[in-house]
Design a protein around this ligand. Sequence first.
Ligand SMILES: Cc1ncc(COP(=O)(O)O)c(C=O)c1O
Length: 407
Amino acid sequence: MLETEFYRVKRLPPYVFAEVNAMKARARAAGDDIIDLGMGNPDQPTPQHIVDKLAEAAANPRAHRYSASRGIPGLRRALAAYYERRFNVTVDPDTETIVTLGSKEGLANLAQAITSPGDIVLAPNPSYPIHAFGFIIAGGSVRHIPCEPNQAFLDALERGVRHSVPKPIAVLLNYPSNPTALLANLDFYGQVVDFCRYHGIWILSDMAYSEIYFGDEPPPSILQVPGAREVAVEFTSLSKSYNMPGWRIGFAAGNRHLIGALTRIKSYLDYGAFTPVQVAATAALNGPQDCVAEIRSLYKDRRDAMVEAFDQTGWSIPSPPATMFAWAPLPPAFAHLGSLEFSKLLLQEAKVAVSPGIGFGEHGDQHVRIALVENRQRIRQAARNIKTFLSNYDKVLEDSERKRTEV
Ligand SMILES: Cc1ncc(COP(=O)(O)O)c(C=O)c1O
């Protein structure tokens, strides 16, 4: 008898979003116009000069060979230049940077590289799934901590160290945060760095939304904290900053032992992104940056339209200071349903798809994540549909209760 209950696969619960996605596909197949605010998949094209660079590089047969697993030197230098100009942080492109196939791949493979079976990692809940599951796939165990960057977080770190045997090997940070849109400041990073240096704990900081912020202060990098690179590595990505999610280009920068570990493991796994993609990514980082400001301002416009339009529905949502997501508490009348049932109702009754917060962890179950990936008109249309749905909610709840008890 063949064993089909594979150890790693067994540790991965079914993907919560799959249920809503399947409903969405069925509704679309039946002809419904679904307004999709579910996935964080940027809907706008990559800036033209980057696409042109890709085409130019792809025309060169020399670029068709295997590339460099840790990234072409010019791209690693471009990342170092970005850190210098944006954060005033100097990293050595040779020993303190690596190019990854998107930041998700980098996070997952670094988890593989540093985790022994049974190792404990501190990961926020709710969080982007790979933050916890990267380590779970690698055979580790996760102790959940809150994601708000405040004293409660620091207390949870303290308890994590006191009550875990063996002591945690790493902590994951993600600011600006998906799904909560929370931001951290340098003071907070400084306290986490001090704590982790003292206790000998690695820090993996995910900064995929480094450029998607709406206030006057750009989010800081943890590498700005003096001494941070003794314990920390930071992931960044072109997916959101330059509308390049499908290109699969991200980076890690920071501690040279962590960069070295990721470099080693990746040298066994891949040959690097297609060279023309890396050449175009270099052009993105080194070229004109007004496209980044335009992308930021598009999300800000949509955010403002969303917050204003939702205010009219009776379901007010907090205005996110960064990222491409609003993290919305369930309307009180629906709180008892939890986020998955509420998301299904919203899809069925208002034709609006959102991501149920439970998909980001148990502490997300009183929220849904609403992505800013449709234009302003569609966002307003979504709010109108939701308003009609909410104004009718007694009947909707009654019907849904009846259907549930009939099953
Ligand atoms: C917090 C966070 N980290 C990483 C990623 C993955 O980005 P990439 O396309 O660089 O793999 C995402 C994508 O949605 C994200 O939200």
